[in-house]
Ligand binder design. Structure first.
Ligand SMILES: N#Cc1c(-c2ccc3ccn(Cc4ccc(CN5CCCCC5)cc4)c3c2)n[nH]c1N
Length: 229
């Protein structure tokens, strides 16, 4: 998989050399490049923003640099991901879907966002996904791109050391994960649940299923329609 990120803060993606996706790069599973949008700004000051038509606070990112950047970076197979507070909530299903893509390009906006014509024009040439990380506002698309990249790359076949662990993850079956424990069995007057020390794999599996269901009911009633029934 090829992944490109376009941003006025390309150094924001340096942590990818340290985390999971960094390992994927060395294994040749993922090829990641961060690009500085200002490289496609043609004026002397390398301007990428201007005041909004219709008035309003803040600045909007100009279409010209973005148009040139996407023309240069996107291949025909590109899926263009545009993080935005107004996007569709990102889910595990999206991560699974995107893990099969050949080329992901992240358009990371700043200021009050990117001129809508950039997205509209891109949609005539590539698959475009406007995605939100959650119901809160941050100052740009980079943190969402990092989260999405990590969620996607770890699902690429051959990346995770223990692919079985993916099957039991939160949201993989519509439920939240059960609690986990390790040694010592007794710590600060707290014991590991006896069932986990029993060696009875059937009891352990049943206990974990019930813990997942209870957590999901308590913390995420929105997920409990018929998940994991
Ligand atoms: N993914 C994701 C995100 C983002 C995200 C993603 C990308 C950008 C680019 C810029 N910003 C900052 C910004 C965007 C909008 C506004 C509010 N509106 C602006 C237009 C007129 C009305 C008001 C304030 C500030 C971004 C934020 N935030 N939260 C998520 N889950």
């Amino acid at each position: 998989m090829r992944i490109d990120a376009i941003s006025i803060f390309p150094d924001y993606f340096a942590p990818l050399d340290l985390s999971l996706p960094g390992k994927a790069r060395r294994a040749g599973l993922v090829d990641f490049t961060a690009h500085d949008l200002r490289g496609w700004a043609t004026d002397r000051h390398r301007t990428v923003d201007d005041t909004p038509y219709g008035g309003g606070a803040g600045m909007v990112m100009k279409p010209e640099p973005w148009g040139e950047a996407l023309d240069a970076v996107c291949t025909d197979a590109a899926v263009l991901i545009v993080p935005t507070p107004s996007g569709a909530p990102f889910t595990h299903a999206d991560a699974v879907d995107l893990s099969g893509a050949e080329h992901l390009v992240f358009a990371c906006g700043r200021y009050e966002g990117i001129d809508q014509r950039v997205i509209d024009h891109a949609a005539t040439r590539w698959q475009v996904r406007e995605i939100s990380l959650g119901d809160f506002v941050v100052n740009g698309g980079e943190v969402a791109a990092l989260a999405i990249i990590e969620a996607v790359v770890r699902l690429i076949p051959g990346f995770m050391g223990n692919p079985e662990s993916l099957a039991e993850e939160s949201h993989a079956d519509g439920l939240l994960e059960y609690p986990v424990y390790t040694k010592p069995a007794h710590w600060r007057d707290l014991d590991v649940p006896e069932v986990l020390l029993s060696g009875d794999h059937g009891r352990i599996a049943a206990w974990r299923r019930e813990q997942s269901r209870a957590r999901t009911r308590q913390r995420r009633p929105d997920l409990t329609h018929d998940a994991g029934e």
